[in-house]
Every structure is written in structure tokens, then in C-alpha cells.
Ligand binder design. Sequence first.
Ligand code: GLU
Length: 383
Amino acid sequence: MPATVPVRVRLAPSPTGTLHIGTARTAVFNWLFARHLGGAFLLRIEDTDRERSKPEFTDNILDGLRWLGLTWDEDPVVQSARIEAHRQAIAQLLASGHAYRCFASDAELSAMRERQQAEGRAPRYDNLHRDLTPEQQQAYIAEGREAVIRFRIDDGATITWNDLVRGEMRWAGSDLGGDMVIARRAPADAIGDPLYNLVVVVDDAAMAISHVIRGEDHIANTGKQLLLYAALGLTPPVFAHTPLILNQEGRKLSKRDGVTSVGDFRAMGYTAEALVNYMTLLGWSPPEGIGERFNLEQAAAVFSFERVNRAGARFDWDKLNWLNAQVLHGLAAGELRQRLLPLWQARGWGEGVGADAAWQEDLCTLLGPALSLLVDGVDQAAP
Ligand code: GLU
């Protein structure tokens, strides 16, 4: 990439749930990378799943990022507002022959999958409607069938990219599951709802994103997206796929692990400082000299993908607890009081916890060194 391309990165959360720790960690790496290089950190709300997307989740995600100190540089882009641009790109792919309408019914598709299973093959679309004649298409339309729009994926293609974390990557077209659906089923004279891989490419290009930094669960999508960049005549960004966060058993951290949303950690009494510090350490090894306890600015000064590990990062409660205690012990009494006040008030202590601020600060001086969670400062203040 020429040195003149400005660094612009983005976090692209789907507002289908509260801010997940994995998304927040992706945000941390994007933020650190942008700040390190003097670039821009942007947000795109990927709300194209209309049934599952909710405004309250968008609010929760933005609040969580703000609380963590992961400030963004431009108004968030709302993906659903860009649907005309997505449709235009699909029309372009149809016109250039990179995409086509597939009339296969659900029943035909599941019969196809059963056949593949019986033969011990991996499930994939068999590209059956790739080269329908106009007469065949007319016959399906006359039957009243609707069509999805598929993007041609050449089985013989080899997709390569130089990943900032994982190095030289190579993906075979034949491993991408056959021609990919880019628009949902709709009447054959329309373009149905555009789908994830297509919209991400169109939006990242429109936002002039220079580096896509996201979890490694998106690697196969990157293969598909690179083919779309080429077909649309767009320059692809540089990719960095960050390691997943694993639970104690070494499996991907999921909802089943209980505490996974940033709001949960906050409610448990973790400070934003400790949580961002900890998330930075999940997959990144700080260089000599800055230790393990640092703030975002200090990490940004030395951040690079060379020190991001490829292996998954196991969640370590002890380390998080240690960091949180360090943060709490380092707070001035006045600051600790500010943070405890809402918790005391939530206990119904109102203004009454020893009435005056000076007394409360003295209490904080006393309590501070013993806290490892902010909420401890409520229980210990009770007597
Ligand atoms: N909305 C996608 C997600 O939440 C974004 C993936 C990407 O960064 O491209 O996983």
C-alpha cells in the first residue's frame, strides 16, 4: 500500500446484542492501531438484520465504547441507510456477469445437501443455476418462483493476502462453499436484501477503510470479500485477523460462559481502565519497558501487530482482578468517592452516607487499599 493512503479503520458491530467482550477487544486493537499511526477510528452499525437489530443494542454498544474510552472520529455510519449503494453494486455485478439469479427452492437445496451428506462430501451450493438459459429462467418465473442473487466463485481460484497478524494467507476458491448468495430471495425483476459479505465490501470501500482489523472467525469471509473487491474493481484494504478470546477450557468464549458483555463486567465492579488494559493484553504482548499495567495512550504509543499472537488468548480472571485492584488502589480518594457515590445511592444511602464529602473521602482513603472490585466499596462501607 502506498504510504500516502491515510490510515482509516473501523469497528463494525451488529446491534443484535449488547457489547460483547470480543467486539470490545477488536475495538481496542483498531483504536490502538489508529492512534499509533495518527489515523481515524470509525464505527459502522451493521443493522441489516432487521429482525434482530435493536436501537437499544446500538445505544448499549456506543455507551460501552465511550465508557472504555474508545472514542471514534466521525459520526457512525448506519449500514441500513446505504442500501441503495449496496443494490447498485449488485446491479453492477449482474451486468458484468459476476452475479446471476438462482431460482433453486428450499426443498431443492436441502435435497442437494442430503445428497452431499450421503456421499460424505462437505455441504456446498453446486452452482446448478449458474448458466441457465433465458428460456429456463422464464420457465421458473412463469412457475412463480423468486430468486436469490449469487456471486460466482471460481473453484479454481486461489486467493492470497498478507495478513498483518497471520502472515501469508492462501485460500482455495473450492473451499468457499460454491457461488455465494449476495441478495435475499425476491421477484426476478428486483434485487432482494443485500447480504453481509457484499455490504461490508461496498461500505468499507465507500468509507475508504485502509485496514480491516477483526476476529479470525472472519478469515473465510475475507477470501470471499477479496473476490468481490476484484469483481467490483475496488482496491482491497489490508487485513489483520486477531486471535479469538478463549474460555478456561480453551474454547471460544461464548454466552454460555456467563459474563461476556462489557456491561456485565461494569456491573461486577470492574473499572474501565482495568478492562481495557486487560483486553489489550488478550492477544498482544507489550514490548519491554511498559509492563502490564498501562493506559490506552501508553499502549497506543508502542502498539503494533508484530506483537499480536496468532494463538487464541485464554481469559484469565486472576490477571483482570489484579489489574482492577491496581487501578482502584491508585485512585485518589476524591475520584474513588465520585465512583462509589452512585453505588451507595443505589443502596438507598442517598446523601446520608456520612453526609458530607470530606467524611466520605476519609472513608475512601480507608477503604481504597483493600478494594479489588468497585462494589467491594459498598459492602465494606456498610458498617
Ligand atoms: N458485523 C460483523 C460482526 O459483527 C462485522 C465483521 C467485520 O468486521 O467485517 O462480526
